[in-house]
Design a protein around this ligand. Sequence first.
Ligand code: AMP
Ligand code: GLY
Length: 419
Amino acid sequence: MGNLRVLIIGNGGREHALAWKLAQSPDLERLFVAPGNAGTVLWNVAISAQDISALVAFALKETIDLTVVGPEDPLSQGIVDAFHKAGLRIFGPTQAAAQLEGSKSFAKIIMESAKIPTAKWKTFEDNEQAKTYVRTIGAPCVLKADGLAAGKGVIVAMDLETALQAVDEILEGGFGAAGKRLVIEEFLTGQEVSLLCFCDGETAFPMAPVQDHKRALEGDLGLNTGGMGTYSPPPIWTAEIEANVMRDFVAPTLQVMRERGTPFQGVLFLGLILTEQGPKLLEYNVRFGDPETQVVMKRLESDLLPILWACTEGRLAEAQLAWKEDVAVCVVMAAPGYPAAYVKGVPIHLPEVKNSDSVIFHAGTGISEGQLVSTGGRVLGVTAEGKTLHEARQIAYALVDQIEFPKAHFRRDIGVKGL
Ligand code: AMP
Ligand code: GLY
């Protein structure tokens, strides 16, 4: 290792956080981000994250030593297989292994073979059969489009009428190909925790645990979003829970995937819910979370590059992974109107960040005629660390208050659950 040329794929806050961390590595020679955002402008290459053949060609031309994939779509489309075929090293799961996120029914089958505690479930392709089942189990229940639906394919139905409507909505084309099949699940209650793990196919190392805030409004009200903010570590998470989850959830998943001939290399992200009967698995993601990665990278003491490299070599067991004691908070500032139809092109003025305890990660940002503007739904991830959660929140919100972003939508209660 050393003098490495690294390519990051994606354009969100997660990718800016990965770029920010990798740029600090003594082993890095040159960084590229495709396509990136205004926060990664030093490293940007104008190639879309979906254009797999152009990304392969770029990596060959620029003799990229390691590629790191941010979003789920290119993984589900087989970007890792395409890079391997071209003899290129890439961090992330193959198309077959990415099915853990790409198909909710596949994920449930793996959870079952690995004997992982999860919500009871059934799959349907026929509306009438699904409705008969919904009437039998009653509300509340959870209905999910089987395929990738940009985080919008899950309906938590608190009453029977909503559940019956959701059956039609999902199966009758509201979610395109993702909605050909429907998964209906038992409703679980408890606090949610995101646990991301580095995996090399055999070994898994947990990252710092994170709590996301998925709902748009304070007090966990309003619509589900990609995530309005995160903090790490959540006090509800203990070393004992972590040891149990690594033994009973992560290790059996890796084993089942190996036995199927599709070993999992990359980030295995468990969406857990801590119920009265113990932790249960809501879902797998096969990539870094957004905005989980922003706080995880802020707290990672070790160099990220050797860890990713070790995963691609099947030598993760030899890697070093150390975390700061500090607490980190990330407050997402979204476009006016988000998560419904939102405004784009809002001019933004950022203060100079002088202290190393904070960093403003960009997500949906761009530069238009020399001016920083919003280009997406989630726009900034204002991230801070402090000795305590209280302090980290104070630093993060003090910075939020210095940002000029007219009518930005954000929550004032990120991390309050952990106080
Ligand atoms: P998913 O995309 O599967 O993570 O679902 C999105 C969100 O829906 C989760 O973060 C939970 O808040 C909620 N959810 C999913 N499955 C269930 C379940 N079985 N019981 C309760 N809430 C759920
Ligand atoms: N923040 C949740 C996700 O990345 O899926």
